[in-house]
Design a protein around this ligand. Structure first.
Ligand code: ITT
Ligand code: NA
Length: 198
């Protein structure tokens, strides 16, 4: 079975392809199927954003589409960057710029670390408008000394609970086992199998 994954983020594609492989699901990034202009992300919650993206692309393609909205919530920053995680340092900011901004914000407050969590909301939307969703989180802390070259985004600054290594120092399989995204997609596959909606 193939599932179209509506994302521009290569890191997400890599992780979800690996996660769904053992369920016999072939994850196909949307840009390999059709060139559709990106929708605006205007939601105030991860779930709204994920649903908006999924339904927009499902209608454009006329078939079921999965989308994900995720982010990092840092306790010392009152939950920021949250839904603004990909644009923390500004519109079109790079991962490096966002990471630098996070380090700055912590240091400004005299902190070297803070409790934090990653969250992921996943939606599969059908062209008719119906959708199924699931979510996952991983708790941990953020630090101000980046380590590791795996993963993407804030991973060099995020240490999952019970670990010494950063998320960027874990293998792809290890990250998928404990990550917000790994959990959210694992649950979504179960739902799809239970409801037999495909
Ligand atoms: P799409 O909307 O095209 O899927 P995006 O990267 O803009 O791509 P989001 O709006 O969901 O996706 O933003 C998620 C951001 O949260 C992402 O760019 C990272 O900055 C951060 N993030 C989410 N999951 C992460 C992870 O597993 N590791 C590191 N950073 C993560
Ligand atoms: Na977003």
């Amino acid at each position: 079975m193939r599932i179209i994954f509506a994302t521009k983020n290569r890191g997400k594609v890599r992780e979800v392809k690996e996660k769904l492989k053992r369920f016999g699901i072939d994850v196909v990034p949307i840009d390999e199927v059709k060139n559709v202009p990106s929708p605006e992300e205007t939601g105030e919650t991860f779930l709204e954003n994920a649903y908006q993206k999924a339904i927009y692309y499902a209608r454009a393609l006329g078939e079921p589409v999965i989308a994900e909205d995720s982010g990092l919530e840092v306790e010392a920053l009152g939950g920021r960057p949250g839904v603004y995680s990909s644009r923390f340092a500004g519109e079109n900011a790079t991962d490096e710029e966002n990471n630098r901004k996070l380090i700055e914000e912590l240091k400004k407050r005299g902190l070297e670390e803070s409790p934090a969590r990653y969250v992921s909301f996943v939606v599969v939307a059908f062209p008719e408008g119906m959708g199924l969703w699931s979510e996952g989180e991983v708790k941990g802390k953020v630090i101000t000394e980046p380590r590791g070259s795996g993963g993407f985004g804030y991973d060099p600054l995020f240490i999952p609970e019970g670990y010494e290594r950063t998320m960027a120092e874990l293998s792809l399989e290890e990250k998928n086992r404990i990550s917000h995204r790994g959990k959210a997609f694992g649950k979504l596959v179960k739902l799809i199998e239970e409801i037999r909606c495909w």
